[in-house]
Design a protein around this ligand. Sequence first.
Ligand code: ATP
Ligand code: MG
Length: 473
Amino acid sequence: MNAEIQDNLQAPIFRHLSETADELGVECYVIGGWVRDLFLHRPSNDIDVVVVGSGIVLAQALKDKLGKKAHLSVFKNFGTAQIKSGDMEIEMVGARKESYDRNSRKPIVEDGTLEDDQNRRDFTINAMAIRLNKAHFGELVDPFQGMQDLKYRIIRTPLDPSITFSDDPLRILRCIRFATQLQFNIEERTYNALSKNKERLSIVSPERIVEELNKIMMAKKPSIGLSLLEKTGLLEIILPELSRLKGVEVRNGKGHKDIFLHTLQVVDNIAAKTDNLWLRWAALFHDIGKFPTKRFDEKLGWTFHNHNFIGEKMIPGIFKRMRFPMNEKMRYVQKIVTLHMRPIALVEEEITDSAIRRLLFEAGDDIEDLMLLCEADITSRNEEKVKRYTQNLIEVRAKLKDIEQKDHVRNFQPPVSGNEIMETFGLAPCHEVGAIKMTIKEAILDGIIPNEYEAARKLMFETAAKLGITPKK
Ligand code: ATP
Ligand code: MG
């Protein structure tokens, strides 16, 4: 037996599975992702088991053997069962043969042999099985040379790729996702079948699409997947707002940079700094407003006025279509997108205390994430420029720290509340209350008064007097 297989089958669960299958007299294999990851040295606790017979019967017998420490769930409709034991999750299913209908990803399923079951798998590296029955314990069944593909780092479908992708188009995205996560190449015929079947994506639910996109975004270099999505024409279907950023236009000898390529670089940069999925999405969307705002000006050349605000406005539509959560996650992405130019813009004028206070006030606790994006946003090839921008951001960071310690405006609430204003002057909610409150807030952010109660209360009286409002007797 291969030494790696032997090592990985040491866990007692495999001995129990082996005995149970032999007692029932059924062929039993561990298959799919767990086997692939074993050879890639990515140990996993998700174990898929195929039995030539009933997965549910095997699971019930295994549960009897393991006793109380195992937890069994049966999914009768799917003919599958799951056992949780310690930190392991074992999914058991009978070997099956599948045939597809054109209008659905859901196949018609019948009982089959191991070979049938391997034929229905998406990629050669995902189709390998290791036998668990005692007489053949640890034998690898690899009908499609998955081991060789692992060695040469290739993603390939076991059967005709076009049929495989057309049958279940989710596999198109899985293909690109694995290429991104594993940094493997996609074999040529498999690659060509990706774009050939791109229209089939219409039968995949947005939730499934997003699940794969999130995995691509969480990979070490998301740009691999994003660029594959673009090249195969899938991005145009899934996220047209992004694919439109591709390309360079030249007018009067003036070009602009390829915003799509720049964006990919920014996403890779941020991925090196954070595992925050939403910050990674914010990086992907940060320049999304550049397509609708692009203009050519005879004097200025290419401009993208207000692209950050337009980007912010585009996000709810994208989130809705993609079935992303339309909650504080979305507002966070919007905030980062809308503020993404502020720290850099600060430097171009002069870094005043007041500008820093305003930035801190608007970014709140997301200021660190915003700074990470700004740093990731520096992708110029001009070393001089990179140095200068980097240095500028270091200065902004220092200033932020300074002001934060001094003024505490990060999650700032004006020290005099609307209620207090209404109370003091005997007012109902009205325009004047808002105006007084706003004056106090602005004065604090501009550093005219300190962020303190006494000073704010004094200004409240002064402002009210100017408006001709007198305190309640
Ligand atoms: P990961 O768990 O990292 O997402 P995985 O390969 O384990 O990767 P799962 O979704 O857990 O993916 O699926 C387990 C196995 O089931 C795969 O390795 C593959 O053999 C098979 N499989 C999953 N989805 C499909 C599909 N859409 N078409 C064909 N086979 C699939
Ligand atoms: Mg898995």
